[in-house]
Design a protein around this ligand. Structure first.
Ligand SMILES: [Mn+2]
Length: 335
């Protein structure tokens, strides 16, 4: 990214749209709102548009109430995209990851700026800040503001938004992507007014009894394949319905498998009858790349140790397919 040109671009007031990937997570919402507050304080017009709905535990982040959801407010979102001079796409790098917004984004004449930490970025953006070693897009927003010499403009609101995404994308500062720089950034965010204890509570202490019971079902369905150091969970639509499933309820469940001693690769398969697919989340430890595994077998991708995917087969056929692929990875997994 040519930061001088970006700086130049931001010297006059612009109409800006900020957007992130479908099924936005803490990093997507946190980075979008952090950038939003920053751009507003520079005197720009800014609208955050998310492709669709997101979990309730994100519905307190400063500015969240102003987010336009494309799937719920399509005409408004479309006109904002049409009027935009600049469009920031955060926490994704393929326009198809924006779901139903894809065509509107593609037909826009705005200048695109990408800030993202996923692998293999597409080249739709004039300005690209892509770094796969980064813990989160939120950390990149901090560095983006830093490059623009505006760290002093990080308010408590902005610090809070950035903290959320770093915390959620690093599994609370434990994944390999968490560096000493990440901790220095987080320390500075606390100094700037991010209330770390409160943020943890707001995101993680939001269980309902039905979510805890769904967790029980997931743990009961957990299977281990010791010969491959693999663990997986499956959840059927029926099991979700019986436990009043709401978006976000299965967040983090994939990590149960990975927490078992000796397990290197964990998966969760979640049936979604409405979309007619099985949603898949994959996690690994060490050298095994779930990004490649998902790209090769389950129409997805993501990061080296965390990726998503999907399957059009039935739930049991998807699990069977998964198990049938494992022998060809036996050597890699047992290294
Ligand atoms: Mn992210």
């Amino acid at each position: 990214m040519n930061i001088k040109e970006v700086k130049e671009l931001l010297t006059t007031p612009k109409n800006i749209v900020i957007t992130a990937h479908k099924n936005p997570d803490g990093d997507a919402i946190g980075s979008s709102l952090a950038l939003h507050h920053y751009l507003l304080s520079l005197g720009h017009q800014s609208t955050v548009i998310m492709p669709n709905e997101y979990p309730d535990f994100l519905k307190w982040i400063p500015g969240e109430e102003h987010i336009v959801k494309f799937s719920l407010d399509t005409p408004l979102a479309q006109s904002k995209i049409k009027e935009a001079d600049l469009i920031f796409t955060l926490d994704f790098n393929l326009l198809s990851r924006s779901g139903e917004m894809e065509n509107d984004l593609k037909s826009s004449n705005a200048v695109f700026l990408m800030i993202d930490h996923h692998q293999q970025p597409d080249d739709y953006a004039k300005f690209m800040f892509s770094d796969t070693t980064m813990s989160s897009t939120c950390q990149m927003i901090y560095h983006f503001i830093e490059k623009l010499d505006h760290l002093d403009m990080i308010s408590a609101e902005i610090a809070t938004c950035i903290y959320v995404g770093i915390m959620t994308d690093t599994g609370s500062f434990r994944f390999r992507s968490t560096t000493s720089t990440t901790h220095r950034v987080v320390a500075d965010l606390i100094d700037k007014g991010a209330d770390n204890t409160k943020i943890h509570e707001n995101i993680y202490d939001t269980n309902t009894i039905s979510r805890l019971q769904l967790k029980g079902v997931a743990l009961n369905n957990l299977r281990v394949l010791p010969e491959y150091q693999v663990a997986y969970i499956s959840l059927s639509q029926k099991e979700l319905d019986q436990n009043k499933f709401k978006k976000g309820d299965t967040e983090g469940f994939v990590n149960f498998g990975l927490s078992i001693d000796g397990i290197k690769f964990a998966a969760i398969f979640i049936e979604n009858k409405k979309d007619g697919i099985i949603k898949i989340s994959l996690r690994s430890k060490g050298d095994f790349s779930v990004n490649e595994f998902s790209r090769d077998h389950f129409e997805g991708g993501g990061h080296h140790n965390a990726a998503g995917g999907k399957s059009n087969l039935s739930l049991s056929d998807t699990v069977d397919k998964f198990i049938s692929i494992l022998p060809s990875y036996k050597n890699v997994l047992n290294q």
